[in-house]
Design a protein around this ligand. Structure first.
Ligand SMILES: Cc1cc2nc3c(=O)[nH]c(=O)nc-3n(C[C@H](O)[C@H](O)[C@H](O)COP(=O)(O)OP(=O)(O)OC[C@H]3O[C@@H](n4cnc5c(N)ncnc54)[C@H](O)[C@@H]3O)c2cc1C
Length: 592
C-alpha cells in the first residue's frame, strides 16, 4: 500500500475522494438547516409581521447558517446558540430598519425613536437565532447518531514522515492560522503544530479602548491560547532569531533557550509602535498596543485625577487634567473618544474637579481624522467628539516630548502628564531583520499565495506582511479583518502544498469598517452603506460580540456591557505609582 507525504494511504485517499464527490452531506445539511430554520421561524413571524415571510426567511437563514458555521467537532449547542444570537442585531437592522420600510416606500427607520418602537422585533430576531443555533447543533448530532458521520473518519495510518508547522505569533493571524490548520489536518497525526507567542493569551484589540477607559475588565478581552487551540503545542517565549537557511527558530535570549526546527514556517509576529526614530517621544509616550498598555493608561488616568484633586497649583492641575493622544486613525480616535467619556464621568467622584477643567486633545498630521472612512463619516465623528469636548489639532505633528510636556510642529508646547502615542506602527523588528524582500514599511513581501518568494515553505501574513490586495498595486490593510481572512486561507494553502496540489491566490475585499467615537456613538461603512450614531454603535457591539472567540468571553463581555448601563465605571486603582507621573517611573502593571 502506498503512503502519501501526509501519511494517508492510497486506498484511504480514494475512499475520501469518493466521499467528497458525493452530494449526500450537502443534502443532509440543507435539510437540517431547512427544518431547524422553519421551526425557529416561530419567533421571526412576529418580528417581520408576516407568517409567510417569517417562514421563508427562517428557512433560508437556517440553511445559510448550517453551511456557514456548522462544525460538529467544536462547540456545544449553547455556544453555537450564543454565536448565532449575535447575528440577530445586524439582521434586525438590515431587514426591519432598512429593507421593510423601503419596500413599503418609506425612509429607513434608524432614528433613536424609530429603533425604540422596533425593539420588540429585535427580541424576536435574537430569539430566532438563539433557538436556531441550539436546535441545528442538536439536530446535526441526532442525524450523526442515526445516519452515521457525514464523511467517514480515516483510520490513522502508520506515519511515514512527520511534518512540523511552526507558527510565530499568538495574535489574530497566528491563532486563526493554527485553529484552521487543526481543522484542515483534523484526522492526520503526521502533521503537528507549534505556536510560539510572548504572551499566553490572544488579545482582542478592537476592545482595548474599553479597557483603557475602564469599561471592560482587562482579562475579559484576552483568551488563553491553550483553551483556544486543541491540538497545537503552545510555547510561551520570545522569538529571538529565525534562520531561514537552516530552518531553525531560536526562542528566548535569557532563561531556558529553545531551538526549534520547522518544515513549514508561518510568520505572524504583527507590528510594534513606530516613533519615526524620535527617542524623546519613545521615552515619554504611553504605548497603546497591548493589554498591559491599556491597563497602565487606565491606572495612570485614575492616578492623575487623585493627584489633581490634591493639587493647589492651578498650572500643575491643568497639566494633570490634560490628556493628549497623537494619531487620528482608528485606535487614536477611538481612544480619545473613550478617554473623554471616562474622564468626564470620573468628575462625579472627584468633587473638587470640574468637567470644564478637562482637556482631551487629539493631534493628527492630516487635515481630517479617520482617513480610512469616507469624508462625511470622518466629519461626523469629528463633530460629535468636538461637541463632547475633544479638542482637535489637525495638520499637526508631535515633534518633541519630555516629562510633563509635549511640543507640536506648530511650535505650541502643551503641559500634560498624559501623552499617548497611536500615530504609527511598523512590523516586528525580527521580521524587518530577515534577509528577505520588504516593502518601505519593513513588512515582509509575500506573493498572492501568502508564500515568501525566495524561501520554500515559509509563509507570512497579518500586520507584519505586505499581502497583495485584489486591486492591482494595492496591499491588504493592517487590520484584524484582513489577518483572520488571510489565516483561514493560508491553512488551506499549507495543506495544498503538503499534498502537492496547486496553491490558490488570496483575494481580499474589505467587508467594511467600524469605529466607536464615544458614548453610544459610532461610524460604520459596511458593504458600501454608511451608518452613524446609535445604530452604528449597536452594529459595532453586535459585530464584535459575535467575533469574540468563545462563549465564555462573549458572556463576560456582555455582562460587563450590561453592568455599565446601570453603574458608573470603576475607578479602583490596581497599580501603585510613585507620584512623579513620568512614564519611565511607572512599574509594569500587575493586578493586585
Ligand atoms: C488599539 C487597537 C485597536 C484595533 N482595532 C481594530 C479593529 O477594530 N478592527 C480591526 O480589524 N483591527 C483593529 N486593530 C488592528 C489589529 O489589532 C491588527 O491588525 C491585528 O492584531 C493584526 O494581527 P497580527 O496577528 O498580524 O498581529 P498581532 O495581533 O499584533 O499579533 C502578533 C503576536 O505576535 C507576538 N509577538 C510579537 N513579537 C514576538 C516575538 N519576538 N516572540 C514571540 N511572540 C511575538 C505578539 O505578542 C502577538 O501575540 C486594532 C489595533 C489596535 C492596537
Amino acid at each position: 500500500m502506498n503512503a502519501s507525504p501526509l501519511g494517508i494511504t492510497s486506498k484511504e485517499s480514494q475512499s475520501r475522494r469518493g466521499d467528497r464527490s458525493s452530494a449526500k452531506p450537502i443534502v443532509r445539511r440543507a435539510l437540517v438547516g431547512l427544518l431547524c430554520g422553519a421551526a425557529s421561524s416561530i419567533f421571526l413571524c412576529s418580528a417581520v409581521r408576516s407568517v409567510g415571510l417569517g417562514l421563508f426567511l427562517g428557512s433560508l437563514l437556517g440553511i445559510a447558517q448550517v453551511f456557514a458555521f456548522f462544525d460538529l467537532e467544536r462547540g456545544s449547542a449553547i455556544d453555537r446558540a450564543m454565536t448565532c444570537a449575535a447575528l440577530g442585531l445586524p439582521c434586525w437592522a438590515t431587514i426591519n430598519l432598512i429593507l421593510l420600510p423601503m419596500v413599503a416606500g418609506q425612509e429607513p427607520q434608524w432614528t433613536a425613536e424609530d429603533m425604540r418602537s422596533l425593539f420588540p422585533a429585535l427580541i424576536g430576531w435574537l430569539l430566532f437565532f438563539l433557538f436556531l443555533g441550539a436546535l441545528s447543533q442538536a439536530a446535526r448530532r441526532v442525524s450523526e447518531h442515526f445516519l452515521g458521520p457525514e464523511s467517514p473518519r480515516r483510520a490513522p495510518s502508520a506515519p511515514t514522515k512527520r511534518t512540523q508547522v511552526v507558527i510565530l505569533g499568538g495574535g489574530f493571524a497566528g491563532v486563526t492560522t493554527a485553529a484552521h490548520l487543526e481543522k484542515q489536518f483534523r484526522d492526520d497525526p503526521t502533521v503537528s503544530f507549534t505556536l510560539i507567542s510572548e504572551t499566553n493569551s490572544w488579545l482582542f484589540t478592537p476592545m482595548l479602548v474599553e479597557v483603557a477607559a475602564s469599561g471592560l475588565e482587562p482579562t475579559h478581552i484576552a483568551t488563553p491560547l491553550r483553551t483556544s487551540l486543541k491540538r497545537t503545542r503552545v510555547l510561551r517565549g520570545r522569538v529571538t532569531s529565525i534562520d531561514l537557511e537552516r530552518r531553525q527558530i531560536q526562542v528566548n535570549e535569557e532563561g531556558p533557550q529553545t531551538g526549534l526546527h520547522y518544515d513549514h514556517l508561518v510568520l505572524a509576529l504583527g507590528s510594534v509602535s513606530n516613533y519615526s526614530g524620535n527617542a524623546a517621544i519613545a521615552e515619554n509616550a504611553f504605548e497603546f498596543k497591548t493589554l498591559s498598555d491599556a491597563m497602565r493608561i487606565r491606572n495612570h488616568i485614575i492616578d492623575v485625577f487623585e493627584r489633581a484633586e490634591a493639587e493647589p497649583d492651578l498650572e500643575r492641575r491643568r497639566a494633570l487634567l490634560t490628556f493628549l493622544v497623537a494619531g487620528g486613525g482608528f485606535s487614536g480616535a477611538e481612544l480619545a473618544g473613550g478617554l473623554n467619556d471616562f474622564a468626564r464621568g470620573m468628575t462625579a467622584d472627584y468633587l473638587s474637579l470640574a468637567t470644564a477643567e478637562l482637556r482631551i486633545i487629539l493631534v493628527h498630521s492630516r487635515e481630517r481624522i479617520l482617513p480610512e472612512l469616507s469624508e462625511s463619516l470622518a466629519d461626523y465623528a469629528m463633530r460629535r467628539m468636538q461637541e463632547r469636548g475633544v479638542t482637535f489639532k489637525p495638520n499637526t505633528r508631535v515633534i518633541d516630548a519630555e516629562p510633563g510636556s509635549v511640543t507640536l510642529s506648530s511650535g505650541e508646547k502643551i503641559a500634560t502628564e498624559t501623552f499617548i502615542w497611536t500615530a504609527g506602527v511598523s512590523p516586528s523588528p525580527i521580521l524587518q531583520e530577515l534577509p528577505v524582500r520588504h516593502n518601505d514599511r519593513g513588512a515582509v513581501l509575500v506573493d498572492r499565495t501568502l508564500a515568501l518568494p525566495d524561501y520554500r515553505d515559509v509563509w507570512a501574513l497579518g500586520d507584519g506582511a505586505s499581502v497583495p490586495d485584489s486591486k492591482p498595486g494595492k496591499t491588504c490593510p493592517p487590520t484584524a479583518q484582513a489577518a483572520t481572512r488571510q489565516a483561514a486561507f493560508l491553512a488551506k494553502n499549507i495543506r495544498a502544498s503538503l499534498l502537492g496540489r496547486r496553491l490558490k491566490p488570496f483575494r481580499f475585499r474589505s467587508l467594511g469598517s467600524l469605529c466607536v467615537v464615544g458614548h453610544h456613538t459610532a461610524c460604520a461603512e459596511m458593504l458600501g452603506l454608511k451608518f452613524s450614531g446609535l445604530f452604528a454603535w449597536l452594529l459595532w457591539r453586535g459585530v464584535y460580540l459575535s467575533k469574540l472567540p468563545s462563549l465564555e468571553r462573549k458572556v463576560r463581555i456582555f455582562t460587563d456591557w450590561t453592568l455599565e448601563l446601570f453603574f458608573p465605571r470603576d475607578v479602583v486603582q490596581t497599580i501603585d505609582f510613585d507620584g512623579s507621573g513620568s512614564r519611565q517611573n511607572e512599574p509594569e502593571p500587575t493586578l493586585r
